[in-house]
Design a protein around this ligand. Structure first.
Ligand code: HEM
Length: 304
């Protein structure tokens, strides 16, 4: 009888201390891959927004800065509950993992980029807020009308990133697009290539002439930069500031043009990442890992 109880306690303890392993992630892959494929860019955006203020598996869907993310939160949540993933990992880990899977998915369809170029290994241990997956908290997401100094201050204060890492992480905007109904902006950064993950964000930023346009109305202006010569893409102020010392007013209109604005402190990094895709991917991987580790918890490696 005594032996029976000890064996039971040992077995229970073994279950309790069993951590997340790669076989668990392989099971999660199978269940969520379709959703990830259908929402690649939006899931990468979710993984970023969740980690501003610390990755905690909680999103304030009533914050206009999160417009466009509710659908993926719902789709991921349905799979999380249906498959009892809560026994394996927190939602914060789950969103971080979905973001990583989305990056791998984008790499897999991009010529000239190998999965091994993305040097990101998954660690577990992020802790959810009590009301996951939703919250009323406002984590102060970054504005799209930032200058280079403001943007690098944001990444330094919130993530401890240096300037090169700040410029590298913005390259995620090579994926996906902006929508008038979400943010009020229009178009994709790299037209026709919103599902590819390469350094064209930087090459395009350097090669195009950019013309400033208000794509919304006078009362709620949305100043963005459209490619002048062809329909190749758009840039937010928070993108073009990596290259140019924009002079923005309170509405985001720049007093200087691409020709008259000087270079910003990020220009050398933009050039470096346009020149070498592998350098960008190396720096991006490091910045992504930093971003996905923000918060008050301890991350650990997978068990197997
Ligand atoms: C200063 C920092 C940033 C600002 C101001 C910013 C702003 C924006 C805006 C305005 C949109 C358009 C949303 C919409 O209209 O649907 C967007 C989309 C996106 N952002 Fe960012 N972003 C920033 C940083 C990041 C970072 C660090 C990542 C990822 C590492 C990221 C990934 C994305 C992706 C993938 C999309 C496209 C989403 C889709 O197509 O559904 N962003 N961002």
């Amino acid at each position: 009888m005594k032996f029976g109880i000890s064996a039971f306690l040992f077995a229970s303890l073994a279950v309790a201390v069993h951590g997340l392993g790669s076989s668990d992630l392989a099971r999660i892959d199978k269940k969520i891959l379709r959703t990830v494929r259908q929402n690649t860019a939006t899931i990468v955006r979710l993984a970023f927004h969740d980690c501003v203020g610390g990755c905690n598996g909680c999103l304030n869907v009533n914050n206009p800065d999160n417009a466009g993310l509710q659908g993926v939160v719902e789709a991921l949540e349905e799979l999380y509950v249906e498959n009892e993933f809560d026994a394996l990992l927190s939602r914060a880990d789950y969103w971080a993992y979905a973001g990583q899977l989305a990056l791998r998915q984008a790499v897999s369809v991009t010529d000239g980029v190998e999965e091994s170029d993305l040097d990101i290994s998954f660690q577990t241990g992020r802790v959810d807020c009590d009301t996951a997956p939703y919250t009323d908290d406002d984590v102060e997401l970054p504005s799209a009308t930032l200058t280079y100094e403001e943007l690098t201050a944001f990444y330094s204060e919130r993530f401890g990133m240096n300037e090169e890492q700040a410029v590298a992480i913005m390259g995620a905007h090579t994926l996906g697009h902006t929508s008038p109904e979400n943010s009020g902006y229009k178009g994709s950064w790299v037209s026709g290539e919103g599902n590819l993950f390469n350094n064209n964000y930087y090459t395009l930023m350097l090669s195009e002439d950019w013309i400033q346009r208000n794509v919304n109305n006078e009362t709620e202006p949305r100043w963005q930069w459209n490619a002048a010569t062809s329909r190749t893409g758009m840039m937010l102020n928070a993108d073009l500031c990596l290259l140019k010392a924009l002079e923005l007013d309170e509405f985001g209109e720049s007093a200087c043009t691409v020709d008259t604005c000087g270079k910003s402190g990020g220009a050398n990094y933009v050039q470096k990442f346009a020149d070498s895709q592998s350098t960008w991917l190396e720096k991006f991987s490091k910045a992504w890992t930093i971003m996905q580790s923000a918060g008050d918890y301890t991350l650990v490696d997978l068990e197997d």
